[in-house]
Design a protein around this ligand. Sequence first.
Ligand SMILES: [Fe+2]
Length: 475
Amino acid sequence: MPNKSSFSYGAGFRSLTRETPDPVALPVKGKLPSWLEGTLLRTGPSKFEVGSRTYNHWFDGLAMLHRFAFVGGGVSYANRLLKSKAFCAAEATGKIAFGEFATDPCWSLFGRVAAIFSPKLTDNCCVNVADYARAATAFTETSIPVRFSPDTLETLGVFGYESPLTGQISTAHPHYDAKRACHYNYIADLGFRSAYRIISIGDDGAQRQVAEIPVERPAYMHSFGMSEEHLILSEFPLVVNPIDLRLAGKPFIRNYRWEPERGLHFHIVEKDTGRIVRSVTADTAFAFHHVNAFADGGALMVDFIGYPDASVIDQLYLARLRAGAPVSVTGKLTRFLIPLESDAPVTRKVLVEAPIELPRINYETSAGKRYRYLWGTGIKAEGDFLDCIVKIDLDAGPVMTWHVAGLYPGEPVFVPSPKAQAEDDGVLLSVVLDIGNDASFLLVLDAATLEELARAEAPHAIPFHFHGNYYGARP
Ligand SMILES: [Fe+2]
């Protein structure tokens, strides 16, 4: 077997523009569980060049949807570019037409108007997918989710654009509350008077505002936390003066400044009343991904993949990733204990030292509750990109790892087995890039043991991407 030095992960950031609109059966090695009947839908940045320009950052690329469908012990695959307004305008003009996370549009197309303000707010939903109001929906970090067909991957149009709940920035990580039959999210309304609006979107499509929190310098927040009764905004000190977004003429994220002296500010919102239960400042930290949150006595436990600062964003610029440059900043599972019934200070603890990102839990049984297991991608070879799958047992035991040199697994999506007795009884689905063979496959692992059950070979190499979700047979 070749050693690690034979590989450069840079190939994971090459554009994929080839579409497979009609599902193709994939060759399977191993045996898929007979109960696995459903669909894994994923999205990610996939087209990094438009005309003579290249997007600057991994988070900028034009979105591709991927669909792995499990039927009768086999699996099929299809993929299509999301036909967002951003994509269609780029196709029509041959130029980058909408501003993305770290890339400004071609100014000659629209004149020098701030990119995040309509009509140039991007709908390039390359970050996540969810069943929003019971319809397949792709998300980016603006307030413009886009619906698509879960069967054909056809783009169907913008979700809820007529909503009165205004704002420009949102997250691609809405939380689902099964008891209340709704998703929660937040929208940041940036302007002369800025505010975070916490919103709910019912399975019936009804949207309502849960709470509004005024803010002078809005923070970059990629996700938020949810317990059974509360929503937790973790306001990291990566903040922006909204006037700069209008006037500074820089790509979106470059207007944000790291101001660690502000600390990390938690806003705890009661779901049913919208009441701000506590706003409290802790020592500074940064994160993309919350893992889970739960009540414990009179306190909330809030877990996220914590970084000492926001420099990880700078490490994810496309040119350095394509060159295979080392990623030296890693996230760790970090727990914050936030007392709710006293003014006692917030305490924090790194629960596990091993690097982890793209965390997943058994959401069905454990979202908002005390939980035992999480899975994610980790780093086995120091300085490498995410090169393994890890399982963390919060009650006991060492971190478990699945790693093969030259294979780069993506986010492991947990699918519970239908008769599960234990929280980790199920499988993990992860799209893996095999650098040596310039090909990707869908890996199926036993979620309890990380033992390989099967792999299904995709018809092409799939660039590294972010998130997806699994949907069982629809009612
Ligand atoms: Fe994310």
